[in-house]
Ligand binder design. Sequence first.
Ligand SMILES: C[S@@+](CC[C@H](N)C(=O)[O-])C[C@H]1O[C@@H](n2cnc3c(N)ncnc32)[C@H](O)[C@@H]1O
Length: 331
Amino acid sequence: MNATINLENKHFPVLLNELISIISPLYGGTFIDCTFGQGGYSEKILENNKNNIIALDRDKEVLKYADKLKLKYKNRFKFYNIKFSQLDKLKIQNINLRGIIFDLGYSLNQIKNSQKGLSFSDTGKLNMRMGLNDFSADDVVSKMDESNLVKVFKVFGNETYSKKIVREIVKKRKEQAIKTQDLVQIIDSVKKYQKTKIHNSTKVFQALRILVNKEISELIDALINSFNLIPIGGIMAVVTFHSIEDKIVKFFFKHYSEQKNTSRYFPETKYSERCFKLINKKPILPSADEIKKNPPSRSAKLRYAIKTNQNCEFKEFREKFKNLINLEDII
Ligand SMILES: C[S@@+](CC[C@H](N)C(=O)[O-])C[C@H]1O[C@@H](n2cnc3c(N)ncnc32)[C@H](O)[C@@H]1O
């Protein structure tokens, strides 16, 4: 679940002050906000009149927020309705790029939009598309074969009850189309004796959302494209919300900022790939106060790095996560 979600319907951009304090030494140029959402980060950065923003979002419903910023900040703000993996397609020149930022996950508006089917309480068809998708959760649940569906729930959701849940899904889908509430009921019926704090459906929903939005390959392509786009001394900052995302970002920054290999399974690199300078090895976490005001922010982690004058090919990066990338292509 994303940290901008708040039960009182207030929008809290997560770790905003922390993000601003790490990027502000680089003020006086352009920042790319890869996950515009309701524009919380973009607007804060634009408050400094030396800054420009190029914002992206895959969800065209954020256009109304983008239009407001366009009106207020004129040509200091530009918006593109594209996926962040397509960063390399942006035709940007002479923009004095200083940093690229990501706030992964989904926004309060997206979860409130019952058509998107991201919430456990939605009553409609399964969906989970954030925007610019090739297929929906309904396609996955109604068509994917049993063994692949088990794999998806296990790998992307770490769901212990994957096999049992999928067995029930396959039984049910022979009789009728499975809607969001049917899926929640199936999971509840399988897990009836479980007593945990998290909702029974959290893991399966996470798995479906990752697959439908191809979150893993989106992130991996975007990190590499960002590196290729930013100049030396530029900053990359990423807020993650689940452990798979964080593992990817942590590896990317750490592996390529250290001289020795971080895994004994990789051959020695021919040259030392140190294309980042890491200021903090540990992620920045929300304060107790922020978590109190906005409880879902407790899962947020902010990692950032500065580009050095070395180049990297990122072969080990793709190799390390190739099983996840391949699993996203299973459908
Ligand atoms: C957590 S919200 C961002 C909130 C934003 N920082 C703010 O302050 O309002 C994440 C946004 O990223 C967008 N998003 C997620 N994955 C994306 C992708 N692959 N490409 C482009 N946008 C994406 C979602 O549509 C959503 O609007």
